[in-house]
Design a protein around this ligand. Structure first.
Ligand SMILES: [Zn+2]
Ligand SMILES: [Zn+2]
Length: 179
């Protein structure tokens, strides 16, 4: 008995192309072969692999789709790769954490740079400086300022964000904004 080869037909299910290993969406490619040895290929010429949007530079971003903070870091093993961490706030109000999230924050298309206002809003809402995850507030003048602004002084300096400089400016800020 010889295996009967069915004439080529449209693929009912999405599958990997046997020629280029690219993804063939359902009903767009060609199914050929026979029972036990089905093969899906692109109809006509295989498409060129889609160009990946440019990687985001390491830094802090906001993902507009859900408003989450994303930290893009340079891969130490691959100079041309970055990976993303997403800031998660536990429901119980405890310390937030930057969690490695596969697929998050790879490309500039998904993200916008984080502004001081973004960081401050998240800091004030959670009670933590979102960069170093220190809790905001305390007895010192600086701690009181940080709790009002929404991020700490060192982190502000590292990011180039506004922070009143020096005791006089901080006292004036506290007098104006403190309760
Ligand atoms: Zn193909
Ligand atoms: Zn900080």
């Amino acid at each position: 008995m010889t295996a009967t080869t069915t004439p080529a037909r449209t693929n009912r299910f999405a599958a990997k192309c046997a020629t280029c290993a690219g993804w063939v969406p359902a009903e767009t490619g060609i199914l050929s072969g026979s029972r036990g040895a089905w093969k899906t290929t692109h109809a006509g010429e295989c498409p060129a692999p889609a160009a990946r949007p440019a990687n985001a530079e390491p830094g802090y971003y906001v993902r507009p789709t859900d408003g989450k903070a994303v930290k893009v870091e340079q891969s130490k093993r691959h100079a041309d790769r970055t990976y993303g961490k997403v800031l998660n706030f536990p429901a119980d109000g405890s310390r937030p954490s930057w969690d490695y999230t596969p697929g998050a924050g790879y490309t500039v298309a998904d993200l916008r740079p984080m502004t001081a206002a973004d960081a401050a809003a998240m800091g004030l809402a959670s009670g933590y400086c979102i960069f170093c995850l220190a809790s905001l507030g305390g007895e010192t003048l600086g701690a009181a300022i940080s709790a009002l602004i929404g991020y700490g002084e060192t982190c502000a300096k590292n990011r180039g964000f506004y922070y009143p400089k020096g005791v006089a400016a901080q006292r004036a800020y506290l007098a104006e904004h403190g309760s």
